[in-house]
Ligand binder design. Structure first.
Ligand SMILES: [Zn+2]
Length: 276
């Protein structure tokens, strides 16, 4: 049976990413604070369209903004793991990474009554230990890699990449990878960031980006019988008025085109049954 699944995912970082990058001035922090406004708007929009989504919430946000996070749970969305402090695992020792994983999972368990099933790394950077740690801590899926687009796959450990030698795949694991892409992430399209060394221009017209995202869905429909397409958004980015209008347009068009909206946990379970 033809079935084309869409996962709407929201990384509810608030100020965590700015703090992790050392951007602790009042204006930088207020950009993250705007995520609270954006989250209210997104929850309202999802409610109007009776959609359940997946919210990757850092422990930092759960402990800093408990009411906003309780709203996400109350409205029936999935809460998944997004680190505690939004520090990419590649910048941590194995022990630091595991401690952060446990701390954030405890925050999620206090918020939702159960530990997270899914994980997404800050900035989509994994360490060589991440997959093994996720398995050890009972995770069902990861959503940080880009090895496919519409077809979830088994995450591997022990891939070998050495300069001057052929690439060697490692062992497939039980962890389901729900692939993502920077092209389907609101951040690089919209967010204007100026630092001492770089400028990320962002600020693309929202409708044009959403039309591209819709084309991605249409290509999935054309090219595979069954697939999952994941969009990644941040409340402090997508929550601006004209972008919310564009997101609503996308949701309406996806529904019209026959998209099946699911939480990532449910989509990962369906993918696992198909992968075997
Ligand atoms: Zn994030």
């Amino acid at each position: 049976m033809r079935r084309h699944i869409v996962c709407l995912t929201f990384d509810f970082d608030t100020q965590s990413g700015f703090i992790a990058r050392g951007m602790t001035g009042p204006t930088a922090l207020s950009r993250g604070e705007f995520g609270l406004v954006g989250a209210r708007r997104i929850l309202s929009l999802l409610g109007e369209h009776r959609l359940r989504a997946t919210w990757f919430i850092p422990g930092f946000t759960i402990e800093s903004h408990p009411t906003a996070c309780a709203d996400v749970v109350r409205r029936g969305h999935e809460v998944a793991h997004h680190s505690w402090a939004h520090v990419p695992p590649g910048q941590q020792s194995r022990d630091e990474e595991e401690a952060d994983l446990v701390r954030a999972n405890e925050a999620i368990a206090r918020l939702t009554g159960r530990k997270a099933r899914g994980y997404r790394s800050p900035s989509w950077e994994l360490s060589e230990h991440t997959i093994e740690l996720l398995l050890a801590h009972g995770f069902q899926y990861d959503s940080s890699m880009m090895g496919n687009d519409y077809w979830p796959y088994r995450a591997r450990t022990g891939d070998r990449a050495e300069l001057g030698k052929p690439y060697r795949f490692g062992e497939e694991t039980e962890l389901i990878e729900m692939p993502i892409s920077w092209s389907l992430d609101d951040y690089p399209h919209f967010e204007f960031v100026r630092t001492a060394n770089t400028i990320l221009p962002g600020l693309q017209p929202a409708r044009i980006v959403m039309k591209s995202w819709l084309d991605e869905f249409r290509y999935m429909q054309k090219s595979v019988e069954w697939g999952v397409l994941t969009y990644t958004m941040h409340p402090y980015v997508i929550g601006r008025g004209y972008r919310m209008r564009a997101l609503e347009y996308l949701i309406k068009m996806l529904r019209h085109a026959g998209a099946v909206f699911m939480t990532m946990e449910d989509a990962a379970a369906e993918a696992r049954a198909r992968i075997g």
